[in-house]
Design a protein around this ligand. Structure first.
Ligand code: FAD
Length: 1003
C-alpha cells in the first residue's frame, strides 16, 4: 500500500472517529423524514412513489386533493406497509383537511431540512448559527425552472437583493480560520446560470453569452464592491460549455480581470472534466489573477444518462461510480498542484474523497487554510463538525427559497440520500465498513464490476432486455453541444449557399428529363433567393414515369428482399455521409432550425434502416401452422406501382419513409415531392441513384399536384398511393382511388396521413416548469407547421391564471428569426400562400376570441408570422376547429377534466394529443380516453421517433396507418398463402421448417 493510501486511511479513520463521537444520524431530523427515508431505501417502488408524491405536493392546495393524491400514489402498495398506508389513507379521507395539512406540514419539514430559509431575512438565523459553529456559507437561490425572460430578470434582481442583504447583515464577520482570509470572502453567492437566460440553446453558446453577460455584470459589480465572492454553478451538460465560456469571457474583461473572488464548478463525473479543468488553468495563468474552482462529482447523473440514451448520444458521464470517485481524486491533484493559480473548494460528503484531498494537500505541503471543503446544508452534519474540529475550512451550501420552487431541489437531495451507490447511504444507513468506504477507487475499478457495490456494467447497451434480432437502434441525433458539430453545420451552410439556384431535371427510367417549365423553390426566410429550379412534370412525363415503373416492376418485385434491404441501408449510409449538407439545405429550402433539420435527416435514415429491419422480419415465407402432411406458407407480394405524394414540412423524412416502405416491399415508385421542397426531393433521388437503385424502380417526378398528381392518382396502372398532406387533398385521393378504371388490375390501396387539430391538456396539478416549455415547443417549434403540433391548449380553471402568465411570458421570450442562425426556435412559414392564410386566420381569431398575445418584433423580410395566442376561444370557433398550420395557439379554459377531455376529443381529427398531470388516476384516464393516434403524457406532443413512436392518426387525420411502426409495411403488400399436400402414400415428414426461401420464380 502506498504512503498516500495509508495517510488517506489514517485521516479517514480520524474523521469517522469524530463522526461517531457525535452520533447523529444522517437524517438528523428524526421522525417522519427518517421513517420515509428508511422505507425508501428498503423498497424501490415506495421510493419512486414517495418522490413523485413529494414532487406534486407543493402544488396542491386543498386537503382533499392532497389525500386523493396520497391514495393514488400509495393505495396499490404491495409491500409489507400496505395495510399501514391503506389505514392512513382511509383515516385521511375522513378528515381530509386536517390530514392534508398534516402531510404538507411533514413534507415541509423534510424540505426545511435542506432549505436554509425562505428568503434572505429568514436565512440569516441559520447563517449566524453556523458562524458560531465555525462554518461559512455560500447561498443559492432556489427557483422554478426559468421559462421566460421575465422570470430570468426576476432571478437576477433576487440575486442582487440577496447580495445586498448578506453584505449588510454580515458586516464585521471575520474568517473562522483567520489565515489566508483574502482568499475566502465571507459572503459567497452561488449563481445558477440557466436561471438568468430562458433561451439557452446548446447550439448557440455565443447567443447565451450575449444575453447572460449584461445580466451578470451588475451582480458581479455589486459583489465586488461588497467584497463578496461569486460562484458559477454548473448544471446539465447541455449548458456546461456555455457556462465555462461565459466565465472566461466575463473575467477576461478589463473590468473584472483582476478580481480573484470568482469561481466555477467542475463536475468530476464528466468525461470532459480533466480537459475542462486544464483549459481553465491555462486561461487562469494567462489572465494573471487567481480564481477558484469548486470540485463536485455532479448532481445530474441520472438525467444525463437518460437524455443521452434517448437521443443516441455518447454518454457524457462515467457509468461506474468508482470512475467518478477516481476522477474526483485526479482533479483534486490537479487543483492542489496548481494552487498558485486556483483556489480549490472540494464539494463532497464522501469521507474517502475528503480524506484524499487532505492527505494529498499534506503531501504537497499546502496549508489547510488555503483550500476549503464545501458541503450541502442539511446533509452530513457530523462530517462538517469533524472537519471543523480538525481545523479545516468548511463552507455550507445553503439554498434559499420557497417550498414550491424548492421541490425539485428537495427531490434531488432525497434521491442523493437514498441512491444505491451514494456514500451517505453506505455509511449512515447500510453501515458499510470503514475499510470498504476508504478503499482506493482505482483498486475497485481494477477489480472489475464485482469488486464494486452495485456497479452498472454497461449502460450504453440499450438492448440488453430485448430478444436479439428484434430491436432497432435509432440513428443518434447530432448533439450540437459539441463545438465541432456547430462548426460542421456552419461550414455546411456556407458550402450549400453558393450552390443554390441550380437546375434539377426529372428522373424517369434512370434518365434525366428536362421540361419547358420549371418550379422555383424559394428560401422562405429570404424569398428573393431561389434554392433551386426543378423541372416540372406534366401529363406526358407522368405517362412515361408510369410506364417505366410498370416495366421495372417485373424484375424489382422478383428481386430478393435482402437486395432491396441493402439498397435502403446504402441510402442511409449516404445520408449519414451528407448529413450536415442535407440539413443545411433544409434550413434554406423550408426554414427549419438546425436541430429540426437534423431531426428530419435522422428520421429519414431511421426509416431506411427500420424498414430494412422490418422487411427482414416479414420477408421470408412463414409457416402458418404445424400440421402433419401439409405445409402452408404465408408471404407477401408487392402491390405494383406506388405513387408517393409527400409534404414539405418533413421534406426528407416523410418522402423517404413512404418511398422506402414501397421500395423495400418490392413496389416500384413514382416519387412526387412537394413543390416547396422539390430540391430536397432531388437530393433523395440522387442518394438512391448513388445507392444503386435500378432504372425505372424509382422515378422522380415533381409537378403540380392538381394536374400531374391527380392524373396519376386516377391512373389505371397505379396500384398504390401513399399520401401525406392536407385533409382536403387526402379525401380527394381517397375518393378518387375508390373508382375502378378500365384496365385497372388491382383495387387501389391508399395510405393516407392527414392533419390534426391537436390538443394539449394541462391538469390542475401539472408541473408547469415542464408543461410550459413542452407546450411552447409543441405549438411554436418549426413555426407550428408540424402535423403533430399543438394548436389547442386546454387548461384546467384552477391553474389557468398562473399557466397563462407563464405561457405568454415564455412565448414573448422565444427567439424568432432566420434559422441560419443557430438557436432560433421560430423561423418563417413555408411560403406566401401559407403566410396569407395564417394571417387570415389570425384576423378571424381576433373576431372570434381574444388576442391575448402576439409578438411584435418579427423580421420584415421573409414569411415570418409572429407567435400568436388567443384566449376565450369557443371550442367550436373556426380557429379551434380548422387546421391553421402556423404559430397560432388557441387556449381554452376547462372547468374539470371531463370537460377538458370532451373539448380535446371534440374535433374531426385524431392525430396527436398531450396531457400534463401528476395524478396517476388522471394519467390513466387520459391514456384510456383521449382520442388520438399518438397520446403523449408529460412531454411534448411532437417529435415521434421511428420504431419508438409509430406515428399516425385516425378519424379525419388518416387511414389508421402508422409510419415507423411494425405494421406499416403490410400496407404496401398483398398477402399470399401457398399450401401443398406433402403426404405421399400415407407418408409425410415429421417436421416442416418454420420459414422457407422466397418464391422468386417468374410471374
Ligand atoms: C457544496 C456543494 C456544491 C455543489 N454544487 C454543484 C453544482 O454546481 N453542480 C452539480 O452538478 N453538483 C453540485 N453539487 C452536488 C454534488 O455533485 C453531489 O452532491 C455530489 O455529486 C455527491 O457526491 P459526494 O462526493 O458527496 O457523494 P458520493 O456518494 O461519493 O458520490 C455520489 C455521486 O457519484 C456520482 N455517481 C453516482 N452513481 C454513479 C455511477 N453509476 N457512475 C458514475 N458516477 C456515479 C454522481 O455524481 C453522484 O452524485 C454540489 C455539492 C456540494 C456539496
Amino acid at each position: 500500500m502506498g504512503a498516500l493510501q495509508t495517510e488517506i486511511e489514517r485521516r479517514g479513520e480520524r474523521i469517522f472517529d469524530l463522526v461517531d463521537r457525535h452520533p447523529e444520524s444522517l437524517f438528523s431530523k428524526a421522525g417522519f423524514y427518517q421513517r420515509m427515508m428508511a422505507l425508501s431505501m428498503r423498497d424501490e417502488h415506495f421510493k419512486v412513489q414517495l418522490f413523485r408524491f413529494v414532487d406534486v405536493l407543493a402544488s396542491l392546495h386543498r386537503g382533499t386533493d392532497i389525500v386523493q393524491h396520497l391514495d393514488e400514489y400509495f393505495a396499490d402498495m404491495r409491500n409489507g406497509y400496505a395495510p399501514l398506508i391503506r389505514t392512513g389513507v382511509r383515516a385521511a379521507k375522513i378528515v381530509p383537511w386536517v390530514s392534508g395539512q398534516l402531510l404538507r406540514w411533514n413534507v415541509s419539514g423534510m424540505a426545511r431540512q435542506f432549505i436554509a430559509g425562505r428568503n434572505p431575512k429568514d436565512v440569516m438565523k441559520m447563517l449566524r448559527k453556523r458562524r458560531s459553529q465555525g462554518i461559512g456559507f455560500t447561498v443559492d437561490l432556489l427557483g422554478e425552472a426559468v421559462v421566460s425572460e421575465q422570470e430570468a430578470n426576476e432571478y437576477a434582481s433576487r440575486c442582487l437583493e440577496l447580495l445586498e442583504h448578506l453584505g449588510r447583515e454580515t458586516r464585521g464577520w471575520t474568517d473562522p480560520l483567520g489565515k489566508n482570509t483574502e482568499l475566502f470572502p465571507v459572503v459567497n453567492l452561488s449563481v445558477k446560470i440557466s436561471a438568468l437566460y430562458s433561451q439557452m440553446n446548446p447550439a448557440d453558446p455565443a447567443d447565451a453569452i450575449v444575453h447572460l453577460a449584461p445580466k451578470l455584470r451588475p451582480i458581479l459589480r455589486r459583489a465586488r464592491d461588497l467584497g463578496a465572492f461569486v460562484n458559477f454553478d454548473v448544471e446539465s451538460y447541455a449548458h456546461k460549455n456555455a457556462t465555462l465560456e461565459l466565465f472566461r469571457t466575463l473575467f477576461t474583461e478589463t473590468e473584472f480581470r483582476d478580481w480573484p473572488h470568482v469561481g466555477i464548478v467542475i463536475q468530476a463525473y464528466l468525461r470532459d472534466a480533466e480537459n475542462d479543468l486544464l483549459d481553465l488553468l491555462e486561461w487562469g495563468r494567462a489572465r494573471g489573477t487567481r480564481f477558484a474552482v469548486r470540485l463536485v462529482k455532479g448532481a445530474y447523473w441520472d438525467f444525463e444518462k437518460i437524455k443521452s440514451r434517448q437521443n443516441g448520444w455518447a454518454c457524457p458521464v462515467f457509468l461506474q461510480k468508482p470512475e467518478s470517485d477516481l476522477s474526483f481524486e485526479l482533479l483534486t491533484r490537479i487543483l492542489l498542484e496548481n494552487q498558485s493559480t486556483v483556489t480549490a473548494a472540494f464539494g463532497s460528503h464522501n469521507v474517502r474523497s475528503i480524506a484524499h484531498a487532505q492527505a494529498l494537500a499534506e503531501q504537497l505541503g499546502i496549508d489547510r487554510s488555503r483550500f476549503e471543503f464545501q458541503l450541502l446544508y442539511g446533509m452530513a452534519g457530523p462530517v462538517k463538525r469533524a472537519l471543523v474540529e480538525m481545523g479545516y475550512r468548511v463552507r455550507e451550501y445553503c439554498p434559499v427559497g420557497e417550498l414550491l420552487p424548492g421541490m425539485s431541489y428537495l427531490v434531488r437531495r432525497l434521491l442523493e440520500n437514498t441512491s444505491n451507490e451514494g456514500f451517505l447511504r453506505a455509511k449512515f444507513s447500510e453501515n458499510v465498513s470503514e475499510e470498504e468506504l476508504l478503499r482506493d477507487p482505482a483498486d475497485i475499478i481494477a477489480q472489475g464490476p464485482n469488486g464494486a457495490r452495485h456497479v452498472e456494467v454497461s449502460a450504453d447497451d440499450a438492448s440488453l432486455d430485448a430478444p436479439p434480432g428484434d430491436t432497432y437502434q435509432n440513428a443518434p441525433l447530432v448533439n450540437f453541444v459539441y463545438e465541432q458539430n456547430q462548426d460542421r453545420m456552419r461550414e455546411a451552410l456556407a458550402h450549400v449557399r453558393p450552390q443554390l439556384g441550380q437546375k434539377y431535371p426529372l428522373v424517369i427510367n434512370g434518365e434525366r428529363v428536362w421540361t419547358d417549365k420549371t418550379i422555383a423553390s424559394i428560401n422562405p426566410s429570404s424569398p428573393d433567393d431561389v434554392v433551386g429550379h426543378v423541372a416540372e412534370a406534366g401529363i406526358p412525363e407522368a405517362e412515361r414515369a408510369v410506364k417505366a415503373a410498370r416495366d421495372a416492376f417485373e424484375k424489382w418485385s422478383r428481386t430478393s428482399f435482402e437486395t432491396r434491404c441493402r439498397l435502403l441501408e446504402r441510402a442511409a449510409d449516404i445520408m449519414h455521409r451528407r448529413r450536415f449538407e442535407l440539413s443545411a439545405l433544409e434550413v434554406f429550402e423550408v426554414g427549419k432550425a438546425w436541430a429540426e433539420a437534423d431531426g428530419d435527416i435522422r428520421e429519414a435514415m431511421d426509416f431506411c434502416r427500420f424498414y430494412a429491419h422490418e422487411m427482414r422480419l416479414i420477408g421470408r415465407p412463414r409457416l402458418t401452422q404445424h400440421v402433419l402432411g401439409e405445409e402452408s406458407y404465408q408471404h407477401y407480394w408487392p402491390r405494383g406501382v406506388a405513387m408517393i405524394i409527400a409534404p414539405w414540412n418533413f421534406p426528407m423524412a416523410i418522402l423517404c419513409g413512404m418511398t422506402t416502405a414501397a421500395l423495400v416491399t418490392g413496389n416500384t415508385v413514382i416519387m412526387k415531392p412537394a413543390e416547396q421542397s422539390a430540391v430536397i426531393g432531388a437530393m433523395l433521388m440522387e442518394i438512391f441513384e448513388e445507392a444503386g437503385v435500378p432504372p425505372g424502380v424509382l422515378n422522380y417526378l415533381p409537378g403540380k399536384g392538381s394536374v400531374m398528381g391527380a392524373h396519376l392518382v386516377d391512373h389505371k396502372d397505379v396500384d398504390l398511393i401513399a399520401f401525406t398532406g392536407s385533409r382536403e387533398v387526402g379525401l380527394r385521393i381517397w375518393e378518387s382511388a375508390g373508382k375502378t378504371r378500365e384496365g385497372q388490375r388491382e383495387l387501389k390501396r391508399v395510405i393516407c396521413e392527414m392533419g390534426g387539430k391537436n390538443a394539449v391538456v394541462i391538469d390542475a396539478d401539472a408541473d408547469l416548469d415542464e408543461a410550459i416549455v413542452d407546450t411552447i415547443y409543441s405549438a411554436f417549434g418549426y413555426q407550428g407547421q408540424k402535423c403533430s403540433a399543438c394548436s389547442r391548449l386546454i387548461i384546467l380553471e384552477e391553474i389557468y391564471p398562473r399557466a397563462m402568465e407563464r405561457l405568454m411570458n415564455a412565448a414573448a421570450s422565444l427567439r424568432v428569426g432566420n434559422p441560419e442562425e443557430p438557436g432560433i426556435t421560430v423561423g418563417p412559414v413555408i411560403d406566401g400562400k401559407a403566410h396569407k392564410s395564417i394571417l387570415n386566420y389570425i384576423e378571424i381569431g381576433k373576431n372570434e376570441s381574444r388576442l391575448a398575445f402576439q409578438r411584435g418584433d418579427v423580421p420584415e423580410k421573409g414569411f415570418f408570422i409572429p407567435p400568436t395566442i388567443f384566449t376565450n376561444v369557443d371550442p367550436k370557433a373556426k380557429i379551434a376547429c380548422e387546421e391553421i398550420f402556423g404559430p397560432v395557439l388557441s387556449v381554452i379554459k376547462a372547468r374539470d377534466l371531463d370537460e377538458a377531455f370532451e373539448i380535446a376529443n371534440g374535433t374531426e381529427f385524431a392525430l396527436t394529443a398531450g396531457f400534463f398531470s401528476r395524478s396517476p388516476a388522471n394519467i390513466e384516464r387520459a391514456k384510456a380516453e383521449i382520442v388520438a393516434g399518438n397520446v403523449y403524457i408529460n412531454r411534448s406532443c411532437t417529435g415521434a421517433v421511428v420504431g419508438r413512436h409509430p406515428f399516425g392518426g385516425f378519424k379525419m387525420s388518416g387511414g389508421g396507418t402508422k409510419a415507423g411502426g411494425a405494421d406499416y409495411l403490410l400496407q404496401f403488400v398483398v398477402p399470399r398463402v401457398v399450401t401443398e399436400n406433402i403426404t405421399r402414400h400415407g407418408f409425410a415428414p415429421e417436421t416442416t421448417p418454420q420459414y422457407r426461401d422466397e418464391f422468386l420464380g417468374p410471374r
